[in-house]
Design a protein around this ligand. Structure first.
Ligand code: GLT
Ligand code: MN
Ligand code: MN
Length: 389
């Protein structure tokens, strides 16, 4: 098996809503048949090397299904999981499709809608737990506003916090041991969403009752929609110990939420992301929250899913080549100037360290004149990406 063949150890996952996406968009109906959850799992089995599948409560069991229908769907789904060896990795709640959530779920102005949203999430957690989901994602699809006259955004934050506190306690009470991962997005479907970036959620987490239980689920396209550097958002999550899950896909700047195949729009940015994840030994699920072009048929959807995983593995291999490349290593030595004594002095404060630092002379002109060959480094990076020796 070569390093470009995905294996379940790579922890690649897909949502029922991703490979099962029938190609509907705001301007046209579906171009592919709707598949049942079991059929989607079989499709993932054909893709080969997939670790797991993720679902919203209503991807698996439609919101109006009867108890008998729900049992039948779950039985068929369980059989498909067994046939293919695919695991359930993550579960989440659909708090955005039904009109009841038109003005938000946890942040709705209506106390009864807020209570229903929490109840729906508890039931969805029960469903996730039944299938062994270890990560529970919160994407507040309708948590936002078109007019800030509608609600006080500080109050909206407080409502969101209360809902999470309640659900963390439920998680403990039921012994589910799920980790919660909060997913940000700047806009779409709301004009303005609360918690627009991963950074917003990193600021919320320490204010919760159970901060250890809660991390983030950054999505490439969502930070790119906000014009931000996704690798830096992931770095913030990693350094806070909060990267619990990741949604990989791609996005052209300035467009609607495209959810393209991973690495298809910005391979260079995807490279730095994969290098970051691999350098820091991220070992969580790598979820491709993307869908195939509307023009794709079933065979092309399979190619799309293979393409996502293959791109990750190609970039992982490129990161390995980059890290051991002689020219890159030489340049890194020039760029990083270490000074043990100074580093010790500035990383541990003491009154003595402060006076020593205050007494030092720095030659600004000499420091400013030191070389930083970043043009050469970036050109070499591109050459490695383009396959130049
Ligand atoms: C929806 C959204 C995604 C979220 C999913 C989880 S659903 O497709 O666009 O980014 O991750 O609710
Ligand atoms: Mn998206
Ligand atoms: Mn997502």
């Amino acid at each position: 098996m070569n390093s470009l063949s995905p294996s379940p150890r790579d922890k690649f996952t897909f949502g029922l809503w991703t490979v099962g996406n029938p190609g509907r968009d705001p301007f046209g109906g579906p171009t592919r048949p709707m598949l049942t959850p079991a059929e989607i799992v079989d499709l993932l089995g054909e893709v080969n090397g997939v670790h797991g599948v993720n679902f919203h409560d209503n991807d698996l069991v439609p919101i109006d299904a009867s108890a008998r229908e729900a049992e039948q769907i779950k039985t068929d789904f369980r059989k498909a999981l067994r046939r293919t060896g695919i695991k359930v990795a993550m579960a989440t709640t659909n708090l955005f499709t039904d009109p009841v959530f038109k003005d938000g779920a946890f942040t709705s102005n209506d106390a009864e809608v807020r209570a229903y949203a929490i109840q729906k999430t508890m039931r969805a957690m029960d469903l996730g737990a039944e299938f062994g989901a270890r990560i529970y994602v919160f994407w507040g699809g309708r948590e936002g506003a078109e007019t800030d006259g509608a609600k006080d955004p500080v109050q909206a934050e407080a409502r969101f916090r209360h809902a999470l506190n309640f659900l963390c306690a439920y998680n403990l009470d039921r012994g589910y041991r799920m980790k919660f991962a909060l997913e940000a997005k700047p806009n779409e479907p709301r004009g303005h969403m609360y918690f627009a970036t991963t950074g917003h959620f990193l600021a919320l987490i320490p204010t919760l009752d159970h901060p250890d239980m809660v991390g983030v689920n950054p999505e490439v396209a969502h930070e790119h929609m906000a014009g931000l550097n996704f690798t830096h958002a992931v770095a913030a999550a990693l350094s806070a110990g909060k990267l619990f899950h990741i949604d990989l896909n791609d996005q052209e700047p300035g467009r609607y939420d495209q959810d393209y195949r991973f690495g298809s729009a910005n391979p260079k940015q995807a490279f730095f992301l994969v290098k970051l994840l691999e350098d820091h030994r991220y070992d969580g699920f790598r979820h491709f929250d993307a869908h195939a072009y509307r023009t794709a048929d079933r065979a092309d959807v399979i190619e799309f899913a293979r393409g996502c995983m293959r791109m990750y593995l190609i970039l992982r291999e490129k990161a390995r080549l980059w890290n051991k490349d002689r020219e890159v290593r030489r340049l890194l030595k020039v760029i990083h100037r270490h000074d043990r004594a100074l580093e010790r002095l500035t990383t541990g404060y003491s009154a003595r360290a402060a006076s020593r630092l205050l007494a030092m002379d720095f030659d600004r002109a000499e420091l400013a004149a030191r070389e930083l060959p970043y043009e050469r480094l970036d050109q070499r990076t591109i050459e490695i990406l383009m396959g130049m020796k």
